[in-house]
Structures are given as structure tokens and as C-alpha cells.
Design a protein around this ligand. Sequence first.
Ligand SMILES: [Zn+2]
Length: 389
Amino acid sequence: MHKMDMEFRACESCGGTNFDLIWKNSAQVTRVNGEWQFPINTVLCRNCGFCFSSPAPSKSSLEKYYSNGYSGCKSIGLPYSIGARVQILKKYAAPDGVFAEVGGDEPGDFHKACASLFKTQLVIDISNDIDSKLRSVKNLEGESVDVLAHYDVLEHVLDIKDFLGECLRVLKPSGIMICEVPNLRLYPRNLLMLECEHVNHFSVNTLSNIAREIGFTLIEVSHKCSRSFGFLAVFCKQPEKNAVSYDHTVEYIDALACLRGGMDQIELMLSNVKKLTEKINTLSLENKKMTLWGVTEILRRILEVMKLPKGAIIVDSDPRRKGFLLNEGIEVFEPKNVIEHIATSDLIIICAPRYKSEIIDWIFKKSGKQISSDNIVVLGESLSGESLL
Ligand SMILES: [Zn+2]
């Protein structure tokens, strides 16, 4: 088991060191490069209300952790909407200019979809499993990019100001930076607090405040962004005139309420897991077949409280996860190799709620099995069916 070196982080927004620890947890993460213990220390800055991790894993620990890539496997569905991204990008198109995406998560189809909007498109990522020659923003020439975008990157970044400073440097004067991050205000409606990899938790207030200090002006916000749990902010490379900061006390109080709401969702999910284990045990006694879909944090919570019963298998469409549960003595199957078992399962348990509709469609297409409320349980979903993780 790899352990993270933990380091104290001052507030990235105001530089303050006076925090309240709101959420302490630890996740066990299996990656291609091994098993990791990932501590979570979510704090709120008493001075400005910015929410982040401190102590957080050190930079060198995170580099090792991400050495095999940020990206997941997209053999079933895409976790983001290309259409939503392109819609915003159209407004800032530069047909003779350069578009750079930092942290491109297998961007092939996305970049094809915006091919007509820019003359040149670059992908910059630190991971090794994405085809890019540019490994860091630092390798880009100054004032060379018209539009720079990073989608769900900044919540992973330890030195926010350093990163944004590099983005500013490579943009041409009045260049555009598009930034999408999970929205702290939506935490009471999701399970994002289980995402150990997120070391920053932004609201529009805190993100725009940090970006402004670097030299960006916020020009647009959209809540119709490419992932349902985020917000998208568009910045222009120019110092903001007559900037007024937000009310720090209100930000703190509201952020605290958002974190508490998120913790309530986790409680609810755990109580649903408990109910589900009773159902699984009953079905197992009746020799019924079951399929648990998705090697996720939610699945781990199930395996923490019960042994996988006879007749139940675990599947994940990412072939790299085959050996992820070997320590528990469990093989993870690829769905395409166990279609018969899936088709004859009395219960399908989806532990990757984000992929619910793709999974249901896939099952019907491959096996003709109709999914109804009798034979499916989706964990990590709100009462209205909204995906929470
Ligand atoms: Zn602060």
C-alpha cells in the first residue's frame, strides 16, 4: 500500500493559515500503479471561506499517484458532454488562432468537434497515457494561445496560483481562459466529498477571486456545463478594474452549509448500502444471480460490510480494473465476457451512477434484457434519479 506524504497548505485564496477542519476521511484507491491510501482533510479558511484540503498529499506524492494518468477508460459512454463544451467555445472561436486544452481527458472526439473553431489545437497533460508531446503548460511559449481551457483540472491542483499564472503567461493579451470545476454549492446534491483526489472546492466567488489576483477578469459563468456537478467560468486576460471582493463571512457560512449537506448525502448513501446488503443476502440464500457494476468508492463501501456472496459477480468496463480487487480475492470481469451472467441476473447493482443510462442501454443492446425497477438498484442517486457521483 502506497502512503501519501502529507503537507500543510496555506489558503490559496488569502494566504491565511487559520482553518476549521470540517471533513476528515480516508480513501483506499486502486490504480494501475498500485494501491494507495489517500487521506482527506477538508478545511474551511476562517478568513475568506475558501474550502480546500490541508494537510494535502505532497506534490511528489501526487505526481507518483498520477503517473499512469488522470484519465479513466471511456469504453462505455463519456463522462462529459462534448456539445456543452462546444457551445461555449463557439462564442470564443478563433479560426486563425490556437486552442490549448490542459489536462485533456482523451480529447479526440471533443477536439474533432471543435476543429473548425481554431486553426491549431494543443493538448497538454502530465499523464503518460495520453498522446501529447506537451507535458506541462510551462513548455508553451508566452503569449501564444488564443483560448485555453481546463475542464475538471483545477480541483486537483495544489498550487492554484502557480497554475493560473502559467495559463496567464501563455495567453495572448485579452486571451480567454475557460475553466470548469465541481461546484461547491451543489455538494448537498451529490457525493463529491468522497472524491479524495479533489484538493480544492470552488464556488464562483472563491474561484473568481483567486483568478482576479493573478490578472484575470471573470466575464461569463455557465451552469449548463459539460458535467452536471460543475460550473463553468470564462475569464479574460486583463486586470479587473474596480474589483470588489465577496463577503467572506457569508462565503464561510454558506460553504459550511454545503459541506454539511454533502456529508448528509454520504450518510444517506451508507444507509442505502446497509439496506442493500440485506437484500443481497436474501437473494443469495435463494441462489439468485447478481451483478455489481463499477469498481467505485460506493462498491468499496459494500465490500467493507459484506463478503461477495456466491452467485454475485463484479464487472467494470475498464479492462485495467481486472485485478483491482485481487487483495479481496475477487476477480473483476469485463461485461462483454459475462453477458450470459448479466442477462440472467436477478439483480443488477449499479455502483457507478454517472453511467447508469449507458449501462442500461448496453445491457439491453447486448442481451435483450429489459431493466425495470424490480431488477436494478442504483446506488449514489437522489430520489429524483439525479446521479450523485
Ligand atoms: Zn483564505
